[in-house]
Design a protein around this ligand. Sequence first.
Ligand code: UDP
Length: 457
Amino acid sequence: MEDQGIKGKRLLFFPLPLQGHITPILQLANILHLKGFSITIILADNFSTTFDNIRANYPHFTFHTIYDGLSEDDKAKTDIDALFLLSLFNQRCVPHFTEALRELVLEDSNIVCLLSDSILHFTKAVADRFKLPRLVLRTGGVCSLLVFAAIPLLINKAYSPLQGMESVQEEAVEELPPYRVKDLPLFKTCNVDALYQVIEGMIRETKASSGLILNSFEQLEQFSMSKLRGDFPIPIFPIGPFHSHFPASSSSLMSQDQTSISWLDTKPPKSVIYISFGSVAAIEVNDFLEIAWGLANSNHPFLWVVRPGLICGSEWIELLPSEFLETVDGRGHIVKWAPQQQVLAHPAVGAFWTHNGWNSTLESICEGVPMICMPCFGDQMVNARYVSHVWKVGVQLENGLKRTNIENAIRTLMEDEEGKQIKERMLELKEKANLCLKTGGSSYESLRSLTSYISSF
Ligand code: UDP
């Protein structure tokens, strides 16, 4: 029955071409392809991003490339202020995306809907022009989506969440438990108004969409899900964790260093700390050196992803002193980019020191790896609060990035009784993540609903 409704139907996907966004949308496309839909991915080019790896890894998809509309001048602005990109993209891409949709819809009458990243809110008006239903993918958690939706309220109550408020960082936000002021999304941008507009557009056009797909699962964010259902009166499909629907898929925009795995093979079970701060976050030189010495002083083995561009004003690891390199020789392995899912699944990994991007957080939960949380910006603060204070499956690095704090956090997780309890809770959460995808599980059922919903278009 289901197959009859799906056969020949084509879905259009439009990702935001950043690593943490393109990965889940390609995974979603893969999940729906496995159900029998044909897939076209519209890629916005000119982000100085190369999509070769993606094209090679998804030969079963059709790709349609468009110009993102950003001029050299725009790119110079977004190099200085990366978040401004989100605002400019929503403006500049409109004519190019409209043209693409016109062409694709004319060419293929089997196209039944558009699935767009929620941040690309301009796509709603364009889809409406072509009478195409538009579903939205929220690539982050429900918890942070609700905080974004509450920003007008927070501003009214005199919080200024996007900029931080130094004097009241530790205070509870009474209107929005379980957050303290310092857990509210922080964005370093010169264009706060532009960013507010993007968030406001994302919330408005998500509420006006034909449906919301979530890379999360009921048992992980139960309370947030029921609030979401009250506030967003549209069909909602929590079908995550996406990456667990299949053994492995690669949508990495950077090449992954496989020595990570051969190095881990030489280490005892649960002994290694894996450190990565994702594809966007940047840190100051001083923090980089504190991290290095914190790791060295902990005496635990570590696998550290130092992405080129991670350290402000430095190419890569040239600032590490030779004394550090001698101290950690054989005990530490540094790579530019790792096969993260494989790393987290490796038996040698005992803890993940993360910036708490949503994908990293979910990947860690699915492998049952406890976290050390070091959120850097945006929704990461909200995710970290959930990890450390709601699910209690990690510890947050508080009170500054000092080598002694780092050493203490590592010891808590790897050696203390508290760490043992954190591990136990993490294994329970991992089990819930496994169960939701099994026959009859919440994400399994939600995917069935999504599939029949799309088939009805
Ligand atoms: N990732 C990876 N190799 C690395 C670091 C990260 O493949 O060395 C992947 C990771 O598995 C995740 C994504 O990059 O799927 C990062 O997404 P996340 O939402 O965690 O953070 P963002 O990069 O958006 O800040």
